[in-house]
Every structure is written in structure tokens, then in C-alpha cells.
Design a protein around this ligand. Sequence first.
Ligand code: SAH
Ligand code: SF4
Ligand code: F3S
Length: 467
Amino acid sequence: MTKNISAEEMAKQREFTAKCAEINSRRGSPPTAHVHTFGCQQNVSDGEKIKGMLAEMGCGFSDSPEGADIIIFNTCAVRENAEDRVFGNLGALKHEKRRNPNVVIGVCGCMVQQEHIVEKIKRSFPHVDLVFGTNALHTLPELIYRQLTERKREFYVPEGDGVIAEGLPIRRENALRASIPIMYGCNNFCTYCIVPYVRGRERSRSKEDILGEARTAVQNGAKELLLLGQNVNSYGKELGTDFPALLRAVNVIDGEFRVCYMSSHPKDATRELIDAIAECEKVTRHFHLPVQSGSSRVLGLMNRHYTRGDYLKIVEYIRERIPDAALTSDIIVGFPGETREDFEETLSLIREVKFDSLYTFIYSPRKGTKAAEMPDPVSAEEKGEWFRELLAVQSEIGRGLYEKYVGQTLRVLCEGGGRTDPSLLTGKTPQDVIVDFGGDKELIGKFVDVKIERAYQWALTGKIVNL
Ligand code: SAH
Ligand code: SF4
Ligand code: F3S
């Protein structure tokens, strides 16, 4: 069964875009839109499409909701604090609506795929005009058209396992980086995670569509292609291809650029994939391989389909094939039923692997997931203590980790002016490590060779060589 939205439907939406543009052109000045994206890169990519569609409807953009004609919140549901942040910001929009009753306020993204959230918005946020689900992104022109003409409250969250909408316009946030979704949804059902419920089943874009977008992005000046999926390692299963083949195909596109990807699931991080990465010179030397826990027992409860031992074997193979690779990971502290012993296994794992950096989270129960039903006897205070201990151990590990780069000459993508010192430039090494160096602003967007002179905990400094 094809999941692609039909060409007819996409054409219909383009007609609505034209109608909206017509209406907007009759105003004294173009309407402004404020699009606020919460959450992961997948959402950022959706936000770029929302902006792309709004731009074609004749909208300009503002960074603040104040005074905007259209406000859209593109939301994330992954942890409770993500949802709280959205509700806090949404509550504040009440005043905006009072000041300007004509403003169109829309909420989309992962949160609104949950019925209880839609109910809450209906009940407690009467100033929200429009709610649309992740499967309805491509219908934005039609939804906005109705807001411009009928002004009725609308909630459109179509059911289903998920769709693929090709050919939507994109307004990229960063000229140097092109985020390219290669697949949508997730089939893994890690027991703590809401994503499979709000993003539907795993589905891959065709290789041709991805390569077409990648080529165009490179021609338009992108220097970094970020291939996106909840688990890129299972790309292409239903299409008879796979992620290593896709990486090899992207790697041979003409031009100097870097290829990154997010996220990889350890259960699908095969030797074949690591070999492909080792052989593709444009692919980043950075593995973000979320481990979540160092305890095989907890990994079982999480439904992760690998053990501590499996994970360590993958790390060993990565270090054998690509000795200079950087490794980062995600860790959840306080999963239901996790004991002090389990937590200590996580500490021992991070000491053993020596990750370059970690994204750490305290477990947050998500309604509808299996873990939310599991007994969770450890108190929030204790989980907080474990969390702080984890950060302290990682900070200790991180100290001195970058010393190994001192003296090396690395190919650096120069991304912008200095982070702390405006007279410097800032870029990223093939391992995604930040480096500051002196040089002309004209080098922004170019690759340069930088000899590393000093290492700090989170960054490097160096000097350009061979210019
Ligand atoms: N698909 C990606 C990541 C999705 S969410 C992957 O599998 O790597 C990003 C991170 O958020 C996860 O890796 C996990 O560490 C964390 N996370 C997800 N659900 C969570 C929850 N309910 N509580 C705390 N952290 C969570
Ligand atoms: Fe969530 Fe697991 Fe899917 Fe990642 S792989 S999105 S953590 S269910
Ligand atoms: Fe959040 Fe949805 Fe991404 S829940 S992490 S924005 S897929």
C-alpha cells in the first residue's frame, strides 16, 4: 500500500496556496507569520515545510508572536516538560488574541496526535483556532484558506499509520545545512517512548526522492546534509534497499559537503553499516548511538533489543574501523523499576565507553506507553540524585578527552562568526567537535584545514593552515 499523498491532492493544495496568496495580496502589507518549533530535528524539518508553505501563501516571518497575523506552534510530546513548555507559551498567547482578534493561532506536531491533549486545547485554550496532526501537514494551505474565509475553529487530526508528502516547499533555517528526512515514523515501541504513537509506522522515502533533494541542496550551497529518521538504520526495509546503500549513493554526489544522520538505533547498527561509514569520506566521524541504560535488565524492560554486551561490541567495532570517531549517546535515568545496581551499571558503561558527550534525561511517564503502567517505586528525589551523579561522572570523563586532537590538522566546516570572541570564526571538525580559529569572515560556508592548538572541555581552538 502506498503511503505517498497523491499528485492530485498535492495539486489541490497548491490551488489553495494560490487562493491564500490572492487574498493576502489584497491586504495593505503582507501578513506576518510566527512559527515556533519545539522538539527534535524531525520537527524542525516539518517547521521548515510549514514556513515554506506559508511563504508561498505570501507571508513574511517574525521571530516573535507579538503582532503576527498567523502563529503556529509545532509541538513535541517526548517528555512532560516539553509539553508543559508548549502549554505555558500557548497560555501567553491569550493576550495576543485579545489585542488582535484576527490573529490565526494554530497548533500542530506530535502533541496534538494525542486525544487528551486535543481535548485540553478545546476546553482550556479557546483562543486556539486551528489544530492539525502530523499527517495533515500538507493540508495547511486548505486549512489556512478556511481560516481566512470562514474563521471557524477547526480540529483536523486524521487517523492512520502515517503518510509521505513529496514536493512541499521548504524554507531552510540554515543556508549551510539541509535537513533531509529519509523516513518517518517508528516501529520500535521502546516502552517509555511516545514517538511511535504520535508519528505513526515506519515508512521510507524513495531513494530517488532523497537523492534529488540532496543534489538540489548541494547545488544551492548546502555544506552539511542531515539525513533524518527516528531510526535511520532501518531505512529502506520495505523498499528493498538499506541505509548503507543510501549513504554510499549520497557520498558520491559531486561537491565538498558533509553527511550527518540522526538517530541510529544500536540494534540495527550492523558491521556493514559501520564499514560503509568508514569508506564514505563525506560521512561524519561522529556516532550518536543512544544506549539509554547500561543494564541489560533495564534494556529488556525498555524493549531495546540489545544487551550491554551487544552495545559494547558495536563500540569496539566502531573504534577498530574508525579510531578517530566521536561517540555520543542518550541516557534515561529512573526508568520504572530501575534499581541502584542498574544505575551503577550505567555509570560503569559510560566510564568504559568514554562518550564525548551525553544527552541525559530523567524518565518521564508518557500516557499510553507500556512503561507508564509499570511499577515505579524510586522517588523523584532519588532519581534527581542519580541524575546529578551521572552528570558529575560524565563531566569527569569529558575532562581532557579532547587533548588527543591537539597537534592534528582537521578539515573544518566554517559555520559562522566566533561564539565567544567576535574576531574569531567557528566551525566543526569531522567528529562534530566545535573549533574556534582566526580568519576572514569570507571563509564562512567553506571548508578549511585547521591545526588544533588547544583543547577545552567542550571545544577546541586552532589556526588555519594551507590556505
Ligand atoms: N528515535 C530516537 C530518539 C527519540 S527521542 C532514538 O531512538 O534515538 C530522544 C531521546 O529522548 C531518546 O533517545 C531518549 O533518551 C529520550 N526519551 C524518549 N522518551 C523519553 C521519556 N519518556 N522520558 C525520558 N526520556 C525520554
Ligand atoms: Fe522512541 Fe525507540 Fe522509536 Fe527512538 S527507536 S523513536 S526511542 S520508540
Ligand atoms: Fe518530540 Fe515528536 Fe520529535 S515527540 S522528539 S518532536 S518526533
